[in-house]
Design a protein around this ligand. Sequence first.
Ligand SMILES: [Zn+2]
Length: 141
Amino acid sequence: MGDYAQPLPVPDPDSAPFWAACREHRLVLQKCAACGAVRYPPGPRCPRCRAREAVWIEAAGRGRVYSWIVVNHPVPKEVYAAEVPYVVALIELDEGVRMASNIVGCAPSAVRGDLRVEVVFDDVAPGTTLPRFKPAPDETR
Ligand SMILES: [Zn+2]
């Protein structure tokens, strides 16, 4: 912590509860109070029924790799030179929503489609915690 040079999320009124939960190492998702649809990213209305009311539910923090890329070329170089190679993935959470994040805790070459993953919380800067994902324990036996 302290020398994190990469862009940080800027919470807005819709996403602030999500980022606050991440700081507590909890993964939360919005659930529509009208139709029950779980949604991500946080937003003011349900994409299914357009209702405004939502509740925050605790996510299990588990899912699978839906798609991914391995970043080998740092752009901009000054910011990412020390990070490459790294994995940017779309994680399909068990709650049914997809979340863009990183896969950590394994070699980029070990990432594959449907790899089971679980969330880890990375306190990258004061007041900012990013949810990232690592292979689930039953994947690393
Ligand atoms: Zn709804």
